[in-house]
Design a protein. Structure first.
Length: 317
């Protein structure tokens, strides 16, 4: 949509997880954010008030279920209920980051599949569609029985590195599960791939075992979907340098960056970490090594295409 476009039946609302991204998305579409207030009472209960009519409108609610995950998830569920009771024509969830995505299967006995539970909660509340970005496990799309548009962050990250014109580059996956993602970036940059073969003795602790592929003398780009405590990515970067890589860059779509993540990144061999703004970075999580790219144009275009009944698949490339 061109700047200045405004369809009265399209409304974009933001909750508390990422208001700056929501504002940028609305600006890209050519509209303004809808008016609503989100209050938290002293006992922790959430109250939402929609301050304009949404009757008969197609509403898009921008909310990543990032930290504090449960607070943001509850805000979203209450907002869906409020919109449904206010007679919105359709309720479309724009979730750049889908929390609980790493709990997507039973790895051990008596474990929940929490990402499926979250999908059930969102649907039961009244969501009609989900637009999301780089799910940790693509099969989570199947947890929903409503349409889901699964956007990709690789093109945005790839364009950034392509502009750097590296002479000799290799794209490295920090584990076997990320090989498909690394291959997509490698195809765009016309580069070979490498794989870190690692063993994880316990959660959030990774041990590098072997490096598959030729990385000696090359500029290595590590790519992952989520960087949480940064243990895996920094260990991988240090191992690449120790095994002959000229320099190491890293990138991810979702910068969770919890606990010691920033300290680990600053102390690591990573020259630059490139992330998207699917999760906002507070001041304490910013660093001279961290570069943030906006996904607002991509998501704004997806909303436009959904609203105008056009194909969204073109955006996957």
């Amino acid at each position: 949509m061109a700047s200045g476009y405004k369809d009265p039946l399209l409304k974009v609302f933001s909750l508390n997880s990422n208001p700056e991204l929501a504002k940028d998305i609305a600006s890209h579409i050519g509209t303004e954010l809808g008016k609503c207030t989100v209050k938290t009472f002293s006992d922790g209960e959430i109250q939402i008030n929609i301050e304009e009519s949404v009757r008969g409108c197609d509403v898009y609610v921008v909310q990543s279920t990032s930290s504090p995950v449960n607070q943001h998830l509850m805000e979203l569920l209450i907002m869906i209920d409020a919109l449904k009771r206010a007679s919105a024509r359709s309720i479309n969830l724009v979730m750049p980051y889908y929390g609980y995505a790493r709990q997507d299967r039973k790895a051990r006995s008596r474990e929940p599949i929490t990402s499926k539970l979250v999908a059930n909660l969102l649907e039961s509340s009244g969501a009609d569609r989900v637009i999301t970005l780089d799910l940790h496990a693509p099969q989570i799309q199947g947890f929903f029985d409503v349409p889901i548009d699964h956007l990709q962050g690789v093109p945005i990250l790839s364009d950034y590195f392509e502009a750097k014109n590296f002479d000799d580059v290799v794209i490295v996956s920090p584990d076997h599960g990320g090989v498909t993602r690394a291959r997509k970036m490698a195809d765009r940059l016309k580069a070979p791939i490498g794989i870190i073969d690692k063993r994880r003795p316990r959660p959030n602790v990774a041990e590098v075992m072997n490096i598959i592929g030729n990385i000696e003398g090359k500029t290595a780009i590590l790519i992952d979907d989520i960087i949480d405590t940064a243990g895996t990515i920094t260990l991988a970067a240090n191992a690449l340098v120790e095994n002959g890589a000229k320099e190491v860059f890293a990138c991810c779509t979702h910068p969770v960056l919890s606990g010691p993540a920033i300290e680990r990144i600053n102390d690591s061999k990573i020259k630059e970490l490139v992330v998207s703004n699917s999760i906002p970075l507070p001041d304490e999580k910013r660093s001279e090594k961290v570069t943030e790219l906006s996904v607002a144009p991509l998501i704004g275009e997806a909303i436009t295409r959904v609203h105008e009944l056009k194909s969204v698949s073109i955006l996957f490339d």
